[in-house]
Design a protein around this ligand. Sequence first.
Ligand code: UDP
Ligand code: MG
Length: 344
Amino acid sequence: MVDQGSGRDMIAAPSGPALSVVVPCYNEAEGLGELHRRLVAAIEPVFGDDFEIVLVNDGSRDATWPGMVALSDSDPRVLCVNLARNHGHQLALTAGLAQAAGELIFILDADLQDPPELIGPMLELIRAGNDVVYGQRRKRDGETAFKRATASAFYRLLDRLVDVDIPRDAGDFRLMTRRVLNVLQAMPERYRFVRGMVSWVGFKQAPLPYDRDARFAGVTKYPLHKMVSFAIDAITSFSVAPLRIASWMGVCAGLGAMLMLAYVLGAWVMGHAISGWTSTLAIILVLGSTQLMILGIMGEYLGRMYMEAKRRPLYIIDEVHGVRGARGNAVHQLHDTIRERVHG
Ligand code: UDP
Ligand code: MG
């Protein structure tokens, strides 16, 4: 069940560390060391030793997993999760969130595009009574004009189609309380648009404007086709507006058909029916494509219902390396590793 208790009152609860950092990683081997160095340097002054870093390897094809294991062996505050294959950014993030034991949860990308140093200002906004503080991008360095233009068009479209207030130009970079995470974990859907789900949860949420840096290493894992399917997932998860648009397209086509029919019958009665194929073909093309488009929109929803109805596990964990939910200082003595295999 969802814990409806006040998350802020529970920040110092004895169960887990004060902070869990969750980082999904796909082919990020080059940047891991720097990620760890900057994370620890940013968090230690604020949280001391009372934090854990959950790294999720999303079926990387490079040396990301051995890199994570080495980090976890040298720093017991690092817990790493190896997924059985590539499940995609949002499910990798979900897998990491499920492991997080902290009272506050800090989500960021592995490429250091989101500065970990913002943990301090974010924590201040949580202390001021917010449950979610999300980074809102003012500037995006090192990204192509095309990526910026498509991203901006996507957020604008989302804004128009979706009733939930999903903030513009905000990624998954955010700090949130345990009670928000508890609600998220009670949401079983497969097509996960985590930032939208967090907005859906509600409570008090505040933006923290920041300048997005260029990637520290590697290349973007979001080529155009992934961005398009990410956008369709986001829209269909939060809105049935496309179905309504499809209905309106049907209504418009119907009205047009009635006008055309009146004209055709009138012309026949008057005795000068036209013998042309241009008009016939035009009608077939317009009606045919409208119908296909409406079918396509319905198909998108139907396909998603089918996939959801299977109720398969969202992700498969191959291995968890490290000590779950442990605080740094308590773990220094433990130092051995829990290996756990989960077969889906
Ligand atoms: N990522 C992932 N699985 C994927 C694709 C991406 O875990 O299938 C991770 C990636 O390693 C990074 C984050 O998701 O930490 C965001 O990806 P990326 O930086 O490539 O996206 P962009 O910033 O270019 O939108
Ligand atoms: Mg990135």
